[in-house]
Design a protein around this ligand. Sequence first.
Ligand SMILES: Cc1cc2nc3c(=O)[nH]c(=O)nc-3n(C[C@H](O)[C@H](O)[C@H](O)COP(=O)(O)OP(=O)(O)OC[C@H]3O[C@@H](n4cnc5c(N)ncnc54)[C@H](O)[C@@H]3O)c2cc1C
Length: 504
Amino acid sequence: MTLPPIVATSFVETVGESGMVDDTRRIVVIGAGPGGISSGYYLREAGYTDITLFERAGEVGGTWQRNRYPGLACDVWSHVYSFTWNLNPAWTRSYASQPEILEYMRQTVTDFDLWPHIRLDTGIANCRWDDDTAQWVLTTDAGEHIEADVVISAQGMFGELKYPDIEGRDSFAGVALHTGAWDEHLDLTGKRVGVIGSAASAVQSIPVIAQVAEQLTVFQRSPNWVLPKEDVAHTPEQLEAFRTDPSALLEHHNGIMSGVGPAIPFTNPESVKIAEWVAACAIEVVEDPAVRKALTPDTPWGCTRPLFSNDYYPTFNRDNVTLVTDAIVRITPTGVVTGNGDGADIEHEFDVIVFATGYHVDKFASRIPITGRDGLALEDAWDDGAQAYLGMTTAGFPNFFMLYGPNTNQGSLIPMIEYQVQYVTKLLQAMDAAGVGWVDVKRDVMDEYNAKLQDALDGIEVWKGGCSHYYLAESGRMVTQYPWSMWDFKAAVETPNLDDFELA
Ligand SMILES: Cc1cc2nc3c(=O)[nH]c(=O)nc-3n(C[C@H](O)[C@H](O)[C@H](O)COP(=O)(O)OP(=O)(O)OC[C@H]3O[C@@H](n4cnc5c(N)ncnc54)[C@H](O)[C@@H]3O)c2cc1C
């Protein structure tokens, strides 16, 4: 028996009665990750019909189809890392693994019949606003031109891999790969592997690689706090209850959400201290005092992105795992050379080098050229770093909406993105009701919002701890983080106000 999807928040509850919408509006969505999929769902529910999701990859799922490194899993509870309009009774454990999340994405697209709206293998190379026709003109990677009344950029934040600037990086004769571009056919059994990096993807992949590699060397520039996570398999009884009783599933979802939704984890000094103490206790498992010391950060918890793993620290007790903290001097055809400044460099030989070195995350929609009113390039509009009103719209770019845009990183991203999609959907409904063709956020409204936001960010002590992290643009402005809670964001975007916009 197939049960109907379990909807935590119904469409009407979230975006209101669909009413009359202008279903001739041509809506283009860039990307078919969680943001694209949610856009397809809400816009179609609202009554829009001309919706196309352009996806550069040959598959939906975004982050979860692109990233396939060993050990990749959700780091927020899966029951709240779910579309609220399609809660998943089948999550096998508290923090689902990448294959399970990808399958959920695909199944969601199938169950909600969104495939007809999706064009795979079709990247958008650029977007240009035509002042005369008041339309967007998009060009695909293959050179096809597409016109649109509304563009939603759901390109995600993690689409551009970051490699370290190390002399000889391309000279390695063995296999070199980034965790974000993993080769699933790569067999690391019996191989000598070097992992460069000690942040999110390193913490997840190192324990898994260590189980099969002959020798694993971890190159750590600076240590990060890694918290344990209560990651348990759901029992057969729980799974049965979630599958057969929608209220049990909803209750479980709501229970977790009641903790995650109002949380602003970094602002409470007590919570920061507790988290640091818990992580410090977790490090105690490491037997070698020198390794233990090297793994212990001297920056406060929260200063860099929080990391979670139950296996990371114990992995350093394995005979086949070595931690190296000396600086990397260069990469050679056979391995990695390190030195501590005394001139006695050491070469570590490898069959495989893994770059667990993260992503460039500060460009948002401007990863592709976007030109707005009067020929304004988004890159120029953002020369001081990306900024937007409510993370979604930026002055000079009419009917252009971003999902997971500037300063929207908080808590669980699927619901965060959903709040944004609901806002855009409601705004379009309001525009239709008022007979408005396009909206462009007023600069003073955007500036006022960002002044408040940056003020609040300034007040978060742990982010001023001098850590090098991905939260900052080159200008030094914090462009990724949202300083308040998920529920604060939800409330802030609940009711779009046409007065915030210049209208045409
Ligand atoms: C390794 C990793 C682990 C993560 N874990 C978590 C987690 O546990 N919890 C959490 O809340 N968040 C996590 N995130 C953040 C995650 O990115 C978001 O939760 C979510 O996937 C964002 O959805 P999105 O649709 O905005 O972007 P994405 O998932 O990045 O999808 C964007 C899609 O747009 C496509 N695209 C980009 N540019 C173009 C273009 N020009 N033309 C056509 N298509 C394009 C891409 O191919 C991609 O499919 C993680 C991110 C990474 C990288």
